[in-house]
Write a protein that binds this ligand. Structure first.
Ligand SMILES: Nc1ncnc2c1ncn2[C@@H]1O[C@H](COP(=O)(O)OP(=O)(O)OP(=O)(O)O)[C@@H](O)[C@H]1O
Ligand SMILES: [Mg+2]
Length: 218
């Protein structure tokens, strides 16, 4: 059985191999629990004396203005609705730039828009936990991510529970019950099937339900 403690120990073992900054990726379908796990891992690592923080791929969502220009607003969350090259460039910077703060974009769920420099990665940050749907996508530029991060752990969660959590979150951020259910069925689930098909390329699979993590910030 996988526990948060075992995952923290594995991340510390990885960090102990080098003074260089470690990039640890978490992949998984929409709603699988990547952000929740990333928060818990970062907090536990920092508490154990290994400064860690979370940098989400979600900060590289295209803005609604760009999506409208591309005619992709109704498919927000699909692979081509993210700035993959921008994300890759940030990961490269996080690997190499340790003498200053590296700012990263956050995704604001209330605005449903990316927010530049929403996150700050301090020079002493030893482990960056970067998480998102498309870390294992096989096409460029995404296919380069696996060479930049040290490991990618894939989060698995039962589909029914995952959909339930997604619908709840869409409603919490303002969608009606019907609109939330429709969005999950028509948009999120197509992305989920794609993301889970790439899971065999992960370094490790995590049965998220086994961890029993309380929901935190998402
Ligand atoms: N143990 C739990 N019980 C109930 N809900 C949970 C639990 N853990 C997480 N959640 C909720 O499930 C939703 C999805 O979790 P989370 O945001 O961590 O997933 P994610 O993989 O980052 O999703 P996305 O790909 O959409 O960003 C969130 O609203 C979160 O608060
Ligand atoms: Mg998330």
């Amino acid at each position: 059985m996988t526990t948060l403690t075992a995952l923290v120990d594995a991340a510390i073992t990885l960090a102990d191999t080098t003074n260089d900054r470690i990039l640890l990726g978490l992949s998984g379908a929409p709603g699988a629990g990547k952000s929740t796990l990333a928060w818990h891992l970062a907090a536990a690592l920092t508490a154990a004396g290994v400064p860690a923080t979370r940098v989400p791929m979600d900060g590289f969502h295209l803005s609604d203005a760009q999506l409208a220009a591309l005619g992709r607003r109704e498919r927000k969350g699909a692979l081509d609705t993210f700035d993959g090259w921008g994300y890759l460039a940030l990961l490269q910077r996080l690997r190499t730039e340790r003498d200053h703060v590296v700012y990263a974009p956050e995704f604001d769920r209330t605005l449903e828009q990316p927010l530049a420099a929403g996150l700050a990665v301090a020079p002493d940050c030893h482990v960056v936990i970067t998480e998102g749907n498309y870390l294992l996508a096989p096409a460029a530029p995404w296919s380069s991510i696996r060479h930049l991060v040290h490991e990618i752990w894939h989060c698995d969660l039962d589909d029914a529970e995952r959909r339930h959590r997604l619908i709840e979150r869409h409603q919490r951020f303002g969608k009606s019950a019907q609109a939330a259910a429709d969005w999950v069925a028509q948009v999120d689930e197509a992305n989920a099937r794609q993301v889970n098909a790439w899971a065999p390329a992960a370094t490790r699979r995590i049965d998220v339900a086994q961890l029993g993590l309380p929901p935190g910030r998402d």
